[in-house]
Design a protein. Structure first.
Lengths: 353, 314
């Protein structure tokens, strides 16, 4: 897809097996919505082909494709009841009028809206409207279900509830699903596969745990989870072990990029997740860690189940974010206090800069 | 130190000055009366209208004495019985009513695609062009426009000139019913577009995409989604066009050339040609009655549309 001179999406090739739940994750402007709109048929790709169940569909208008879509703002029809909204695609797709009421009721029951069939859209709560939108997109048993960030507007609790609901319905019906979101947590929670997009290109496609544990590049490492970035130049390498110098100190890391381990002197970036750093009052309290450093607490943010520390390294100007889980179980550190930190070289994911 | 001018914009200073003046003129302890004070001009206008209507009703009940040219002393329904027993008046009434209904229908049909394109187009240039084309006719009065049509549609006019080029004898395009209706449609179209456009803009475009992806072709999207949701706009636009064309004077007078009078022309003739005030007043009341009935009928059938700007409009 090309807008003017800039590619909104380029080289976005991927395959998805039947019955799988794929989430396309990316920041705004990464081209994820454009990709979804092309699959739905609202935009024509400038090159390439979209194939669903072995049939090329790029030239087909949206209403000739067998795709159910849940829109960002739901796009429910305000002049119809919940049941009429769900019946609409059946009527448009010329299903037998005799079977429509029974099928509408079955899908309303599936999304637990059975008793609300005759309510108008504005008489339903936000969560109930979500459910109507899901039932409407699924009732004609499409080959593919598309979700265009429908949960973005919900408050956190309802959003998490609906994520599990999507998961349940998708498993129950086994419908192939493509979800678009900028919420990394949602991507990890609901999906079988995650595609991370940036600047119109696919950065990585992998199952959620692999995306989290083995990010393909520094962008993916930074987009999912809270990650500290340390950039420097390579000093030495042995196998996938890389040592690089950053701000006057040498840091041991593990090479995670596909390309070959770089020669000494190349610029690299190490990504270290906030939860991989251990924290103690002194080095003795850290246990077995390959790398240890001391630092000063600059900020401590209590988040309930964890405390997030902002710590300045004593030996350089580098700042690190550190998660301390279950803060009630042990002593909390105060701002200005000196602490010991430790981590392992395998957790410093190193990529070309 | 440089301070930002944006932090206290000029228009706030203007508003401050206005507020200070207002509080000097009308101290805040009177402020409870302020809403009523602001309603006063409108209330006065309505009162004047009511007084006028009463006066018209009163004079419609007096028959003009042809020998003295004075209205009769006693109250009588003679004006009304004469109107309803005269075939000419029935013709005029029917012509006005049918004409305004036809003009309304045509205007809605023509205004819909225009408004839709204006609201939905992704080209700002096209939208600007359509807006200018919409407002331009307002700068030219109705009478001037009607005279313009006389020039274009006359026997020696541009239209017949073009027909002559392809060998067709001059056709009489003016001074008939279709000419009046044509002029009215052309005059009313911008009003219809103006009333319709906000209603169409209020329909989220995503609804059409959704209908499309759920299996509706553009035609079924239009009939099942856009048209029902545009109903308030259609009712609002229809009411404005219906009442304006039912009471129109200039188009029937100029493009009809005296042969295609509407009620307003008949009223004018009574007041200013035959000086029969009672007759004119009776016709006026009948026109008000027909107009109110038509509006009431639309209200009961379709609701008040965009004209009902209630708080809980759903």
């Amino acid at each position: 897809m090309v807008f003017g001179n800039s590619h909104a999406v380029k080289n976005a090739s991927f395959e998805l097996d039947e019955g799988r739940f794929l989430t396309i994750l990316g920041p705004s402007g990464s081209g994820k919505t454009t990709l979804l709109r092309m699959i739905a048929g609202f935009q024509r790709p400038s090159a390439g082909e979209i194939v669903i169940n072995g049939t090329p569909v790029s030239a087909a208008p949206p209403h000739k494709r067998s795709i159910g879509m849940v829109f960002q703002k739901l796009a429910l029809f305000p002049h119809m009841t919940a049941a009429e909204n769900v019946a609409f695609p059946l009527k448009m797709r010329r299903f037998d009028a005799q079977t429509i009421p029974e099928r509408v009721q079955r899908y309303l029951d599936l999304v637990q809206l059975g008793p609300y069939a005759d309510r108008r859209i504005h008489q339903l709560s936000g969560g109930q409207q979500q459910r109507v939108a899901i039932a409407r997109a699924l009732v004609f048993e499409p080959d593919l279900l598309l979700l265009d960030e429908p949960l973005a507007a919900l408050d956190r609790k309802l959003r998490e509830e609906m994520q599990l609901e999507f998961r349940r319905i998708q498993r129950e019906l086994g419908v192939t699903t493509i979800n678009v979101t900028h919420d990394q947590r949602e991507a990890l929670v609901v999906s079988d596969e995650v595609i991370v997009m940036d600047k119109g290109e696919i950065q990585q496609m992998a199952p959620p745990s692999a995306t989290y544990r083995n990010p393909a590049n520094a962008f993916v490492a930074g987009f999912i989870g809270v990650t500290n970035f340390i950039s420097g130049t390579v000093v030495s390498s042995a196998g996938s072990e890389v040592a690089f110098r950053s701000g006057g100190e040498t840091i041991a890391g593990t090479w995670r990029a596909k390309d070959a381990v770089p020669a000494a002197g190349s610029a690299v970036t190490g990504a270290l997740r906030a939860e991989q750093i251990r924290l103690a009052a002194s080095e003795a309290g850290l246990g077995n860690c390959q790398t240890t450093r001391t630092g000063t607490v600059r900020d401590a943010i209590f988040e309930g189940e964890r405390t997030v520390y902002d710590i300045a390294l004593a030996s350089s100007s580098t700042r690190l974010r550190v998660f301390d889980h279950d803060p009630g179980a042990h002593k909390q550190f105060a701002i200005g206090e000196t602490v010991a930190m430790g981590w392992n070289a395998q957790d410093v994911l190193t990529y070309p800069n | 130190m440089q301070t930002s001018k944006q932090a206290y914009p000029f228009r706030w200073r203007v508003m401050d000055a206005v507020e200070n003046t207002a509080s000097a003129v009308w101290p805040s302890r009177f402020s409870r009366g302020l809403p009523y004070l602001m309603l006063l001009p409108a209330a006065l206008l309505v009162l004047l209208l009511v007084i006028g209507m009463i006066q018209i009703a009163e004079s419609s009940a007096h028959r003009l004495d042809r020998s003295t040219f004075l209205p009769s002393e006693d109250y009588t329904g003679a004006n009304y019985s004469q109107i309803f027993s005269t075939g000419l008046y029935w013709t005029v009434l029917w012509r006005s009513l049918l004409g305004s209904v036809v003009v309304t229908a045509l205007c809605l049909v023509f205004a819909f695609p225009y408004s839709y394109l204006m609201v939905r187009t992704s080209s700002p240039l096209l939208r600007k062009f359509l807006l200018i084309a919409l407002f331009l006719p307002f700068f030219i009065g109705q009478v001037v426009r009607a005279y313009g049509w006389l020039i274009i549609l006359g026997n020696q006019g541009v239209a017949n000139g073009l027909l002559g080029l392809v060998g067709i004898e001059p056709v009489r395009l003016l001074y008939n019913y279709p000419a009046v209706l044509f002029g009215l449609v052309q005059y009313m179209l911008p009003f219809a577009v103006l009333m319709l456009a906000p209603a169409l803009a209020a329909i989220p475009e995503e609804l059409e995409s959704a209908a499309n992806s759920l299996g509706a072709s553009w035609w079924r999207t239009f009939t099942h989604i856009v048209l029902p949701l545009a109903k308030p706009g259609l009712v609002g636009a229809g009411l404005v066009v219906l009442t304006l064309s039912l009471t129109d004077f200039a188009m029937p007078a100029i493009l009809g050339g005296g042969s295609q009078d509407f009620i307003a022309n008949a009223i004018y003739d009574q007041f200013f040609r035959t000086s029969d005030q009672g007759m004119g007043a009776a016709l006026t009341l009948i026109l008000v009655g027909i107009g109110s009935l038509a509006v009431g009928l639309v209200f009961t059938l379709f609701g008040a549309g965009t004209l009902a700007m209630g708080r809980d409009r759903k």
